[in-house]
Design a protein around this ligand. Sequence first.
Ligand code: NAD
Ligand code: 89Y
Length: 338
Amino acid sequence: MKGALIGCGFFAQNQLHAWRDIDGVEIVALCDQNEIALNASAKLFGIDQVYTDAQEMFADGGFDFVDIATTAPSHRTLVEMAAKAGVNIICQKPFAENMDDARAMVASADAAGATLMVHENFRWQSAIQSALKVVRSGAIGEPFFGRVSFRSGYDVFSGQPYLAEGQRFIIEDLGIHILDIARAFFGDVDRIAATTQRMNPNINGEDVATMLLEHHSGVSCIVDCSYATKRIPENFPQSLLEIDGSIGSLRLDAGYKLTVQTDDEITVDVSPPLLPWAERPWHNIQESVKIIQQHFVNCIRSGSQPETSGADNLKTLALVEAAYISAEHGRTVSLSEI
Ligand code: NAD
Ligand code: 89Y
């Protein structure tokens, strides 16, 4: 399977490493408007076919899928270009800047018969997958309460300066993953209520968000995110879980400790492996990049829909929109409004 990647920035380096680890896949073309970033990645990963214009890359072709690793403002144009070219698509989160764009992007891939997956990778982290396996096995019974929590003081702005600039920050950038984890455990959401705060005076958007989700399944779930939390040891980038079920409970605590309590209590270490190209503390995220990209390849090979498909991601993106509306207007928002 031959692929092309657009956007050779900060995070794409992980994607390029992970593609090299996946059997039967080769990235044959690279594109970035920034020639310095383009040439640096081309040299590092030994890729000869390079473009500063995505249109030209699609016109030349010679690949079966495209990996869109740019930031959200370019996603709609690039996804629609890829769909027109008839290639399968994996696109970074946040999938789109608004719901209208996101729906149009899904429609364009559908019309072209192309697989469209969003690089929504946090639910694919191996620690989260281990917890999902326990809950889906019924080991703690019917869940009725959840908490998915991400609290950190890690400086994300040095690697991703654009995160300090937007009017929106933590829900759109990070909360989107945490909301998606809540969906993976408890399914679709009927209503959400959210508050936001900005603790860091040097950024434009909110860096703290506290959300309450009422899932269609009946589960009440708290999703809380912060980049203003000073704690030692620093937890970045771990997502922590607390789930209560009818016959037991599950916790994923800091340090990747997974505890399941029923009549007995079992704690297992679900630390992610440190891939040869990965570095702490990012190794948790980096490992999930390889897992999600392998999932994309498996789905194309088997002709099945990715779990985190474009269509599925509309529901995660709708939660982001609903959370901002709720925080702005101080009211509970029904997802049917979005
Ligand atoms: P970045 O700014 O470092 O890199 C983006 C690159 O895309 C830049 O080099 C830019 O020149 C290029 N680009 C933009 N528009 C283009 C276009 N139309 N054609 C060609 N090149 C174009 O950004 P980043 O930090 O690497 O983030 C990229 C995306 O990855 C963001 O959406 C971000 O939210 C996401 N991200 C995801 C994770 C995760 O765990 N899934 C982690 C970090 C970042
Ligand atoms: O951009 C974000 C993401 O997707 O994961 C962590 C991050 O890099 C900073 O919040």
